[in-house]
Structure formats: structure tokens, C-alpha cells
Design a protein around this ligand. Structure first.
Ligand code: CTP
Ligand code: CA
Length: 227
């Protein structure tokens, strides 16, 4: 199945993919962010498009190029990403790969925050961002296939299984993002696919190959093996 050229099992299907980090402003020149490069999310968007899906890729700030053949939406913050996802709904497939910042600064300053010599720094007051995957997984017009990622540095499997439940996803792609793994910002990924029916361990692969396998998995879950 994998090797039939030009096979487009997702033709006529709509997919939404989130990718990259989000940036949460502190003041006009500073922000909260993380090490996500967007490589895995962008590769998944491209792979779904290759299988024929009409893909909207909603990305936080990244330095990699926009993939060909997808509709791009560039955003900065988690709240902007949620709004963009809501605008792109309804869809048949949602794959939420973005490393969304969990917290934002309550009052981002209008002007650059200045040092106050002798007084030390003012603590930043944070509040939780909306959970985009959870919102999509529980939406009235929920996509038929909802996929999330679980970026973990410990207890990978238990945490991924909890996320599957909590977020209403069909699959969680669990990856170990410990510094030693080199996954965050790197080109390779070793993942486990967690679903209500069990856990599948994939070997260490290029992120492009993880993307292609995942797109194939989504296609067979959505349209079955006749495609
Ligand atoms: N996610 C999201 N919106 C958020 C946080 C996470 O859509 N505000 C999505 C991510 O895109 C990913 C999944 O939820 O698909 C899991 O993200 P992760 O950071 O691993 O989990 P959290 O629920 O944020 O929990 P924690 O960071 O505490 O492990
Ligand atoms: Ca998180």
C-alpha cells in the first residue's frame, strides 16, 4: 500500500494541523517560548497533503519553510492558534502537533520592562492558555480523527494514556523529549502510538518518515483499507 505512487486515499478530506511553538509576549521585545522547530508538524501536514487531503497548517513562529501544497496560517500566541483552528473547522482530521505554551503572561507590558537597580526583578504573573487539542476533541463538530502528541521527559506511556482520555483523542503520539533524545529541534523521532486498543512502538525514524506512517495510519482509520 505504502509504495503505490499517486494513491490519494484522503482526496476530498479536510485536515487541520498545528505546528511549532507559540510565543507568549512579556513585553514588546520579550516572550515565553519553547524549543519546538515545527519540523514534525510541518512534515505531517505535507504527508497528509500528499495523500490527497486539503490541509490547513496553523503554525507558530518557526524558521523552517512553509510546506508546498497546504494552506498556511501563521500565528504567534496560543489564543491566536485556537482562533485559527476554530476558523478552519469543520474538518475530517485534526492533528495537533504544536508545542503550545501552557501559560501566558497575564498583563503583557506595553513598553519594554526596565531594570530597577537594587530592587530585583518583578515576578511574572501567569495564567493558563486554552487547551486547543482538548477543545477540538470535545467539539460538537469534532473531526472524525483527532490526533495529539504527548511531549514527555518521564513516565511517557502513563502520561500519554492519560492525555488520550482527557483530551478526547483517537491517537496520542507519545515522544520522549528529554534533552538526550535530541527530538526537540532535531530531525529524528522515536514515537509510540497510543490508542484505546493498545500501544505500538515505532523505531527511531526521520521525522518525514514518522509523518508518512502517521498519515497512512490516519487514512486507514478514516477510510479503511479499501483505499
Ligand atoms: N495542546 C494544545 N493546547 C495546549 C496544550 C497542549 O492543543 N494549550 C496539545 C499539544 O499540541 C499536544 C497535546 O495537547 O498535541 C499534548 O501537549 P502536552 O504539552 O504534551 O500536554 P499538556 O496537556 O499541555 O500537559 P503537560 O504539558 O502538563 O504535560
Ligand atoms: Ca504542555
Amino acid at each position: 500500500r505504502h509504495l503505490v505512487p499517486g494513491r490519494r486515499p484522503l482526496k476530498g478530506r479536510k485536515a487541520i494541523v498545528t505546528s511549532g511553538p507559540t510565543h507568549e509576549p512579556i513585553d514588546p521585545v520579550r516572550y515565553i517560548a519553547n524549543r519546538s522547530s515545527g519540523r514534525q508538524g510541518h512534515a505531517i501536514a505535507a504527508a497528509l497533503a500528499k495523500l490527497g487531503a486539503e490541509v490547513t497548517l496553523i503554525s507558530g513562529p518557526v524558521t523552517i519553510e512553509d510546506p508546498a501544497g497546504v494552506t498556511m496560517v501563521h500565528v504567534e500566541t496560543a489564543r491566536q492558534m485556537l482562533t485559527a483552528v476554530e476558523h478552519a473547522m469543520p474538518a475530517d482530521i485534526a492533528v495537533m502537533v504544536a508545542a503550545v505554551a501552557d501559560w501566558r503572561v497575564v498583563h503583557a507590558a506595553d513598553n519594554k520592562i526596565k531594570k530597577k537597580p537594587g530592587e530585583g526583578p518583578e515576578p511574572l504573573e501567569l495564567e493558563e492558555n486554552p487547551d486547543i487539542l482538548k477543545a477540538v476533541g470535545h467539539a460538537d463538530d469534532r473531526p472524525a480523527i483527532v490526533v495529539g502528541f504527548a511531549a514527555e521527559t518521564a513516565n511517557v506511556l502513563a502520561n500519554a494514556q492519560a492525555k488520550l482520555q482527557r483530551k478526547g483523542a483517537d491517537f496520542i503520539v507519545a515522544n520522549d523529549v528529554s534533552p538526550d533524545s535530541g527530538v526537540m529541534g532535531g530531525t529524528r523521532n522515536a514515537v509510540r502510538i497510543v490508542s484505546p486498543t493498545g500501544v505500538e512502538t515505532w523505531p527511531d525514524l526521520d521525522k518525514q518518515e514518522v509523518a508518512m506512517r502517521l498519515a497512512e495510519r490516519i487514512a486507514s482509520a478514516l477510510v479503511g483499507n479499501e483505499a
